[in-house]
Design a protein around this ligand. Structure first.
Ligand SMILES: [Zn+2]
Length: 456
């Protein structure tokens, strides 16, 4: 296998049985982190749960080998029925929802979608009216949550999932009648191997979406099963994304691009930067289906759509270019390359010794937006839009900053919850007064410094 594909596979730190968003490869440079959200967020390699045996062991060891307990989530102590069973490690036993979780956060009414049969998919979520980019489609709470990493319990006759099945079976009756029936009607792609209990974990593992509880220092990754959002089918160019708020225990599903009435709402279950054959292998292994989206259709190999000059192409990509489909080329090479180099490019561009032209900087990110739109990977575009806005600010271009800042705001791709409110507020403030933005004048000042150096 080529070294590029090795790199791409190494980036695929996806969960073994939990749908995960795309992996961003950048680590956060302090000069980039100072630009604020979204460029200051930690790399996804840190956000994804560990998968290598020794990393999993280390996480458990650091957490003091916590026991798993079943937490019952209710709106208040007066509520008779629970809305969720949370199989939770003891480090979070006294965190979150201690006075009850409060009422369910409001979801749009009437809902802009319906759950209905979709040809080739079973049930799916379908828009019942046009949905705008950034619009919230629905907000809901999970019915079940389980840890992304579980300790192996060799004592149990049914292996490590056996213990979880037992816990589910014991606590399942506390759920409300609606939650119980909605849960049991969800799809189970895992084989039933004899015990009835398998169905609980089979449904959990088929429908779990990655969520994080950040108050756990070492084991923050869990998976949640949601009544409707878990009905979202997969596409390698998804038109929607999810964001979880740990304080209200709720997930928001929102549109990444305009969705037409009658169109299916989709999310990504696997790392979409990977070539189609690796995506297919992962989907087959975890969910037992073959994706037939347009990005997975076999297409003839072609040469790159633009000349690739960086040494990175020559060293690693050259050998495989002739044998990959145009979609794989765009995802695994053009998009992955830009994701990997965006930070370095910013740091270089704002330094007094920079050799890059302003045009090269803006082309790099504007081209990225074109390629991302071609591949339906809009969920990774916020970084490029943020760089374009900060690039304008660095040049002292208030109108340019406002233009890109407003684009970013319109996507409403904020982190859900309190953190998201702060992110939104910061961008709204900067758009109102661009001179307050963190990159204001950076390039102008460094160009002046560069000139002084030349004259000295
Ligand atoms: Zn596909």
């Amino acid at each position: 296998m080529s070294s590029l594909l090795d790199t791409l596979l190494a980036q695929a730190t996806g969960l073994p049985s939990v749908a995960t968003s795309n992996t961003h490869t950048q680590s956060t440079d302090p000069q980039v982190a100072s630009l604020g959200w979204p460029l200051n967020r930690p790399p996804d390699s840190e956000l994804a749960p560990p998968t290598a045996q020794q990393d999993v062991f280390k996480a458990f060891s650091n957490a003091g080998f916590p026991q798993m307990t079943a937490r019952v989530c209710r709106e208040s102590f007066q509520s008779s029925d629970a809305f969720c069973i949370w199989l939770c490690y003891s480090d979070l036993n006294n965190e979150y929802g201690n006075g009850g979780w409060g009422p369910t956060p409001l979801s749009p009414t009437p809902p802009p979608y319906s759950i209905q049969p979709v040809s080739g998919y079973g049930l799916g979520i379908v828009a019942n009216r046009p949905i705008k980019t950034g619009e919230t489609i629905l907000i809901e709470r999970p019915i079940a949550i389980y840890p992304a990493n579980i300790t192996s319990n060799s004592m149990h006759t049914n292996g490590q999932w056996g213990a979880i099945e037992d816990m589910y079976e014991t606590v399942f009756p506390v759920l409300g009648e609606t939650e119980k029936s909605v849960y049991m009607e969800l799809w189970n792609c895992k084989p039933l191997t004899g015990t009835l209990g398998n169905k609980f974990t089979g449904i959990a593992r088929t429908n779990g979406l990655h969520i994080r509880f950040t108050r756990s220092q070492f084991l923050p990754s869990y998976a949640g099963v949601f009544p409707s959002i878990s009905r979202c089918n997969h596409c390698c160019g998804p038109n929607a994304d999810t964001s979880f708020d740990e304080d209200t225990m709720s997930m928001r599903l929102f549109a990444l691009r305009p969705i037409a009435a009658g169109e299916q709402v989709t999310i990504g279950y696997v790392v979409t930067f990977l070539p189609a054959m690796f995506r297919q292998a992962e989907l087959q292994q975890k969910y037992l289906f073959t994706c037939e989206c347009k990005h997975c259709k076999p297409t003839v190999a072609s040469t790159p759509s633009r000349p690739l000059k960086h040494p990175y192409w020559a060293s690693s990509a050259g050998g495989i270019l002739s044998s990959v489909s145009p979609s794989d080329q765009r995802r695994c090479i053009q998009i992955a390359f830009r994701t990997e180099h965006a930070q370095k490019m910013w740091v270089e561009w704002i330094s007094p010794s920079s050799k890059d032209t302003d045009r090269a900087f803006f082309d790099f990110h504007e081209d990225a937006l074109v390629v991302l739109a071609q591949e339906g990977l809009e969920h990774t575009r916020i970084d490029h839009i943020a760089y374009l806005a900060h690039g304008c600010a660095a040049l002292g271009d208030a109108d340019g900053f406002k233009r890109w800042g407003n684009v970013l705001i319109s996507l409403s791709a904020w982190t859900h919850g309190k953190e998201g409110v702060l992110q939104m507020k910061a961008w709204q403030d900067w758009v109102r007064e661009p001179t307050f933005s963190p990159a204001w004048g950076l390039r102008v000042r460094s160009k002046a410094k560069g000139k002084q150096k030349c004259l000295a």
